[in-house]
Design a protein around this ligand. Structure first.
Ligand code: GDP
Ligand code: MG
Length: 597
């Protein structure tokens, strides 16, 4: 295709501002799908994505648009993941485009994710086309939001397109704006092949499918290609694009976005951001911007029923086929038995995997306290990366501990600011900046990631009644006064509940855990001490009083069937319990105890 007829763009938006609805409209308008096929949202294709309304994997679709100038343009629309956990994937998707549609809900205005995404887009030198969506809503205030975009982001929004993705208003204007404002890609057809690996996924029929953006040269079937960073070589057997249905093509030239397959079985060979070149006439060096993705949040996953271990192994391996960004290795715990230590890109990623295991694979799981990765600088000069509190070395051998920090942008209506600042302060936050735009505050904080992984986001949403929005990125590691806090039930440590905490927060968290567990663990025939301890020192304690009588005593009298029912129920309950120091702890207690409330 003639380069001047190609436009590559992504859509950036805060969650729920209408990104997916607009993408579907653009596909429908340019004839990619029939009305019947349109009935379900096309670009979000996983159940969890639909329920949570976020895009987890990037997808792309090619649209042929006959513009008002009579020419046919090839528009490649890249849908980017909508969550901070996938920031690196987002950055690669943006790097594959020359422009972006900035979709802002005309009734809601600019939000934290709008800002975070738009700054990234600007960093990639994108031409940005603002779209004021949902103008069909009575509450829409397009002029106010237009001014907000100019004031907060500093973009010229005088030509922002007024649209309703839902009712189909302004769709042609958006398509014309893409053609007129977003620059065509540049590239040299005769140069050695350089194509960026933007995304990859596992397809049961095709094997690993790779989404590429060709920068220079041409990619076609039968070529021997090489991943410049991954190092492996493969023979291309298919080249094509998605409309969104798969269509095979003879080749992809410079500036084009499409897919290739090369009989790859293992997705971990395909690293997002890698450069694909030919074996015969390779490029001199890889394209810039590659980063190794590293899991940042770890937790243990154990089957409630020990007999499910093999099933859990199978299910995790299957999920991993499609997601190279999460890691797992076997873990054994004194009390939980066999399970897996898993690493995730963030808390949402963790929840997604956990939810899929529960829902799609029908597994009952115990999840241990999430942990970030700590750098333990040992007195012998070595550095250990610790992601399981159970492996904490003897503190006498540790010189100092570093923990990861983030910079967070929080955007909220003025009236909630006080409680939000308090939340950030309580979580050891350092305030960097505070500005007001209209009746809204934008506050920037530096926070230890460890304080955010537990329930920061839930707390933020609840204290702001859902109005605060939040986005973050990592800013490196800093020294912290961190200790391992253990929880002992009937004098026995419960490894699943031990965690690394800042010394200043240890007592409060320990007390809270003990109080929680006191309510969550059922009474037994004996008294149960519950303690939180650092090293040998107990910092909080509670006691569960002994149960006076046998449960069945309540059924004193002749009602045998009721008695039997009660016993059956107890038995049923036992299956979902774990035993520590002869104490039965229900599965729910682990999860509930970890919520800070
Ligand atoms: P995303 O999270 O940005 O992908 O947002 P979605 O496209 O999933 O839209 C979020 C919600 O807003 C859905 O319930 C849509 O039906 C609704 N929505 C999207 N566009 C419009 C619009 O133009 N007008 C109205 N009234 N609702 C819209
Ligand atoms: Mg969406």
């Amino acid at each position: 295709t003639d380069l001047s007829r190609i436009r590559n763009f992504s859509i950036i938006a805060h969650i729920d501002h209408g990104k997916s609805t607009l993408a579907d409209r653009l596909i429908q308008r340019t004839g990619g799908l029939t009305d019947r096929e349109m009935s379900a949202q096309v670009l979000d294709n996983m159940d969890i994505e639909k329920e949570r309304g976020i895009t987890i994997k990037a997808q792309t679709v090619r649209l042929d648009y006959t513009a008002r100038d009579g020419q046919v343009y090839e528009l490649n629309l890249m849908d980017t993941p909508g969550h901070v956990d996938f920031a690196y994937e987002v950055s690669r998707s943006l790097a594959a485009c020359e422009g972006a549609l900035l979709v802002v809900d005309a009734a809601q205005g600019v939000e934290a994710q709008t800002l975070a995404n738009v700054y990234q887009s600007i960093e990639h030198d994108h031409e940005i086309v603002p779209v004021l969506n949902k103008i069909d809503l009575p509450a829409a205030e397009p002029e106010k939001v237009r001014a907000e975009i100019e004031e907060v982001i500093g973009l010229d929004a005088s030509e922002a397109v007024l649209a309703s993705a839902k009712s189909g208003i302004g769709i042609d204007d958006i398509l014309e704006a893409i053609v007129a404002k977003i620059p065509p890609p540049k590239g040299d057809r005769d140069a050695p092949l350089e194509a960026m690996l933007v995304d990859s996924w596992y397809d049961p029929y095709l094997g690993v499918v790779i989404l590429v953006r060709v920068v220079n040269g041409v990619i076609k079937k039968g070529q021997n290609i090489k991943f410049m960073i991954g190092g492996t070589e493969h023979l291309i057997d298919r080249v094509g694009c998605m409309r969104p249905k798969i269509e095979q093509l003879p080749e992809l030239g410079p500036g084009e976005i499409g897919f290739i397959t090369a009989q790859i079985k293992d997705i971990s060979q395909t690293r997002v951001g890698d450069t694909i070149t030919t074996v015969k006439n390779p490029a001199a060096k890889p394209l810039p911007g590659f980063k190794e993705v590293q899991p940042v949040v770890f937790c243990g996953l154990f089957p409630v029923d020990a007999n499910d271990f093999e099933k859990l192994r199978d299910s995790i391996s299957k999920l991993r086929l499609n997601d190279a960004s999460f890691s797992f290795e076997m873990e054994t715990s004194a009390a939980l038995g066999f399970g897996f230590r898993c690493g995730f890109l963030g808390l949402l990623h963790l929840e997604i995997i956990q939810e899929r295991l529960t829902r799609e694979y029908d597994l009952d799981l115990i999840t241990t306290a999430p942990s970030v990765v700590y750098d333990m600088h040992m007195k012998d000069g070595t550095v250990r990366h610790l992601h399981n509190p159970a492996d904490m070395p003897d503190p006498n051998h540790i010189e100092m501990i570093e923990e990861p920090w983030i910079e967070a942008i929080i955007y909220c209506p003025d009236e909630y600011l006080g409680s939000i600042l308090k939340l950030c302060q309580d979580r050891r936050g350092i305030q960097k900046n505070l500005t007001y735009v209209g009746g809204r505050a934008q506050v920037t904080y530096e926070l230890p990631l460890n304080e955010v992984v537990f329930d920061f986001y839930d707390r933020l949403k609840s204290i702001s009644r859902g109005y605060a929005s939040f986005d973050y990125h990592q800013i490196g590691t800093r020294e912290g006064d961190l200790v391992k806090m253990s929880i002992l039930v009937n004098n026995e440590p419960v490894d699943a509940l031990s965690m690394i905490v800042h010394r200043s927060a240890a007592e409060a968290r320990g007390r809270h855990m003990c109080e929680r567990l006191k309510d969550l663990i059922p009474r037994h025939l004996f008294k149960i001490p519950i303690q939180a301890a650092i090293g040998g020192k107990v910092i909080a304690r509670e006691t569960i009083a002994a149960m006076r009588k046998d449960v069945t005593a309540k059924c004193y009298g002749g009602d045998i069937s009721r008695k039997k029912k009660l016993l059956d129920k107890q038995k049923e309950g036992k299956k979902r319990m774990r035993e520590y120091g002869s104490v039965q702890i229900p599965q729910e207690a682990f999860i509930a105890a970890l919520r800070m409330g």
